[in-house]
Design a protein around this ligand. Structure first.
Ligand code: NAP
Length: 290
C-alpha cells in the first residue's frame, strides 16, 4: 500500500463520500480528506451550524459539492431518513465515524444511555451498511469503513459498554469485508487510538501527570495522532481490509496486548481509563484477580 492508493480512491470507488459524524473531530477530517481526493461529500451529524461550517470550508478549499444531513443517528428510522436524503446521489464511500461515548461505572448508567450507545454504535452502522452495501453491490463497486477503537480490543472499567459496542463495529466490518468482497465492494474496520479531537481533549485533559512507568497505551494517550493524519491514512488503507490500524503505534500496542494474559490486558486498559482526568475520583483497578 502506498500513497497512490489514496490518490486512486476516487477512481476506484467513484461517486460521493458520505461521512456519518462529520461536524467535528475525525469525521470533519475524513470529510475534508475525501474532498481533497475529489469526492463530493455528504456530511451527517446533529449540529446544523457546525455541519454547515465544515461543509462551507470544504467547498471553499476543494471546490466539490456538499450536502448536509442534520439527523440523530440514534433514531429508529435513521436508515429511511438517510435513504430519502441520498436517493438522488451515487454514494461510492460510506465512512461510519460517529460514536456515542458512554462512560462511567457500569452500575451508574441508565437504560436510555445504554439504548443510545447501542443505537449509534451498533444498530445504525448495521442498517446503513445494509442500505449502502446493497446500493454498492448494484453499482459493482464502493467502500464502507467503520471506525472502531483500541477500546474494542479488551474490556475495561468505565468504558465497558462503549468498548463492547466498538467491538461490535470491529467484527461487523470484518465480516462485511468477506461478504461484500463477492460484489467488488471493499469494507474495513478502522481501529483508532488516541487522536487529538475535541472529545479526546475533554477526556485526556490533565491525564497522567505522573509520567513514570506508563504502559504503551498510556503513552499513546500522551502523544495522540492528529485528525488529519488518521483521516489521510484511512483512504490509503481502505482497499486493504478486513482490519487496519490508524497508525503503527496503535497497531504495536494492540499486538503487544494480544500476547499477554487477558487479566493483565484488561487491567492495563483500566489503568488507562482511570488515569484520565474525568475518572480521577473513581476507584482504580487492583491486582486482586489471579
Ligand atoms: N479521538 C480519539 O482519541 C478516539 C480514539 C479511539 C476511537 N475513536 C473513534 O473515532 C470516532 C470519532 O471520534 P472523535 O474523537 O472525532 O469524536 P468527536 O470529536 O466527538 O466527533 C463525533 C462526531 O460524531 C457526531 N455524532 C455523535 N453522536 C451523534 C449522533 N447521535 N447523531 C449524529 N451524529 C453524531 C458528532 O456531531 P454532532 O455532535 O454534531 O452530532 C461529531 O461530528 C468515534 O467512532 C470514536 O469511537 C476516537
Amino acid at each position: 500500500m502506498n500513497t497512490s492508493d489514496s490518490l486512486d480512491a476516487k477512481g476506484r470507488y467513484g461517486g460521493w463520500a458520505l461521512v456519518a459524524g462529520a461536524s467535528a473531530g475525525l469525521g470533519a477530517a475524513f470529510a475534508r480528506e475525501a474532498a481533497r481526493l475529489g469526492f463530493d461529500v455528504v456530511l451527517l451529524a446533529r449540529r446544523a451550524d457546525a455541519l454547515e461550517e465544515t461543509a462551507a470550508s470544504i467547498r471553499a478549499d476543494h471546490g466539490v459539492a456538499t450536502r448536509c444531513i442534520v439527523a440523530d443517528l440514534a433514531r429508529d428510522d435513521i436508515a429511511d431518513v438517510v435513504a430519502s436524503q441520498t436517493s438522488d446521489l451515487d454514494i461510492g464511500v460510506l465512512i461510519y465515524n460517529a460514536a456515542a461515548e458512554l462512560y462511567g461505572p457500569f452500575l451508574t448508567l441508565d437504560h436510555q444511555s445504554h439504548r443510545t450507545n447501542l443505537a449509534v454504535n451498533c444498530f445504525t452502522p448495521t442498517v446503513l451498511a445494509e442500505l449502502f452495501g446493497a446500493r454498492m453491490r448494484d453499482r459493482g463497486r464502493g467502500a464502507i469503513a467503520i471506525v472502531s477503537s483500541l477500546a474494542a480490543l479488551q474490556g475495561a472499567r468505565y468504558l465497558i459498554t462503549y468498548g463492547a459496542s466498538k467491538a461490535y463495529e470491529l467484527i461487523l466490518a470484518e465480516g462485511l469485508w468477506d461478504e461484500f468482497g463477492d460484489h467488488g465492494v471493499d469494507a474495513l474496520a478502522y481501529v483508532v487510538g488516541a487522536t487529538s479531537s475535541s472529545t479526546w481533549h475533554g477526556a485526556a485533559a490533565d491525564a497522567f501527570t505522573d509520567a513514570e512507568g506508563l504502559s504503551a497505551l498510556q503513552a499513546r494517550i500522551l502523544q495522540p495522532a492528529t485528525t488529519d493524519e488518521v483521516a489521510a491514512r484511512l483512504f490509503t488503507v481502505l482497499p486493504h481490509g478486513p482490519r487496519q490500524y490508524a497508525n503503527l503505534a496503535d497497531e504495536a500496542a494492540a499486538l503487544e496486548a494480544a500476547s499477554k494474559p487477558r487479566a493483565e490486558v484488561v487491567l492495563t486498559m483500566s489503568g488507562v481509563t482511570t488515569g484520565l482526568a474525568r475518572f480521577a475520583h473513581l476507584p482504580k483497578p487492583t491486582l486482586r484477580r489471579s
